[in-house]
Design a protein around this ligand. Structure first.
Ligand code: PEP
Ligand code: MN
Length: 338
């Protein structure tokens, strides 16, 4: 961390700043210039609050050299993390995973049929929302516990591990008991109490990027979960909000390699929420694999026109299979399996 103090800063102010670093066990290197005094702080500067430092009128500038996240940081964990989701490995050079299923669980028959479709197409996990974060309070809110139990039955019949979104801390016991990969949706990416609670369990968490969040904010949310002791985090890019209205969101595929450089965590792509349009899902899925993603999470429905949510972005099972077949070919080109 580099702190620049204004010219003429009284020695008493400089001493005040220095003593704070020293009491926190940090090493301070001072460079005295003609116009500025510059401090180079070495050590674990995550304990320093930059905003508070900036409140000192003699402080001109505070620059962080190191990232504010530690557990997530590849610097402290050079090898790729491989997350085990009920026997399916995600990340590293493991097989690319494809998760498929409806936006919402609509009933036992629907989810069990779709689970079989997903499996037949080559998918290795089943997604399905039972608690839905809907923009309108009047829209379908999900089947709740009944939906989770329908997913459990679909798993029993097909063997596919299940992925579902948690919205509130008070459902953690239910999710720990029944769900294999607990999704934190875009809208809850900065629900810090939820993240802290998920840090105390050891089930894998799929952390989606928030609608308007930077990569650093997203990684800090992953840090919340990992700081609590749960290191089983998979990141998911699902498009961000931009000025563009043609697509539901703007898929930021550059994050795949950025995330891989900055962290050791696996990253998967959600082309369904990223585009909002089934017609774009295949091409964005292929691009995601080519870009180095560790997997995809795709909405699938037998009858999208009648889906209870997100029908416009659901692939029918035959299109889902066709997409996987092409994605497999791309995976082979880049030396991976799917
Ligand atoms: C979902 O996966 O159904 C969902 C609501 O996703 P997101 O949080 O990315 O909008
Ligand atoms: Mn959806």
């Amino acid at each position: 961390m580099i702190i620049t103090c204004k010219k003429g800063a009284p020695q008493s102010e400089i001493d005040k700043i220095l003593s704070e670093f020293k009491t926190k066990g940090l090493e301070v290197n001072l460079i005295t210039g003609t116009s500025y005094n510059v401090f180079g702080i070495v050590g674990d500067t995550t304990v320093i609050d930059d905003r508070r430092l900036m409140s000192n009128p003699w402080v001109e500038n505070v620059t962080r050299v190191a990232a504010p996240y530690k557990k997530v940081n590849r610097l402290f964990h050079p090898e790729d993390s491989i997350i085990d989701v009920d026997g399916i490995k995600v990340g590293g050079h493991e097989k690319i995973v494809v998760i498929g299923g409806p936006c919402s669980v609509e009933g036992l028959d629907q989810i069990c049929e779709l689970a079989q479709d997903v499996k037949d197409a080559g998918g290795c996990m089943l997604r399905g929302g039972a608690y839905k974060p809907r923009t309108s309070p009047y829209a379908f809110q999900g089947l709740g516990t009944e939906g989770i139990m329908d997913m459990v039955e679909a798993k029993r019949r097909t063997g596919l591990p299940i992925v579902s979104e948690i919205m509130s801390e008070n459902k953690i016991d239910e999710f720990v008991k029944y769900v294999d990969l607990i999704q934190v949706g875009a809208r809850n990416m900065q629900n810090f109490e939820l993240l802290k609670a998920l840090g105390k369990i050891n089930k894998p968490v799929l952390l989606k990027r928030g609608l308007s969040n930077t990569i650093e904010e997203w990684l800090m949310s992953a840090e919340y979960i990992m700081a609590g002791g749960n290191e089983n985090v998979i990141l998911c890019e699902r498009g961000i909000r931009t000025f563009e209205k043609y697509t539901r969101n703007t898929l930021d595929l550059s994050v795949v390699q950025i995330v891989k450089k900055k962290t050791h965590l696996p990253i998967i792509i959600d082309p369904s929420h990223a585009t909002g349009s089934w017609e774009l899902v295949e091409s964005m899925s292929l691009a995601a694999i080519a870009a180095g993603a560790d997997g995809l999470i795709v909405e699938v429905h037998r009858n999208p026109e009648c889906a209870w949510s997100d029908g416009a972005q659901c692939l029918k099972p035959d299109k889902f299979k066709a997409m996987i077949d092409k994605a497999r070919a791309i995976a082979h080109v880049i030396g991976r399996d799917l």
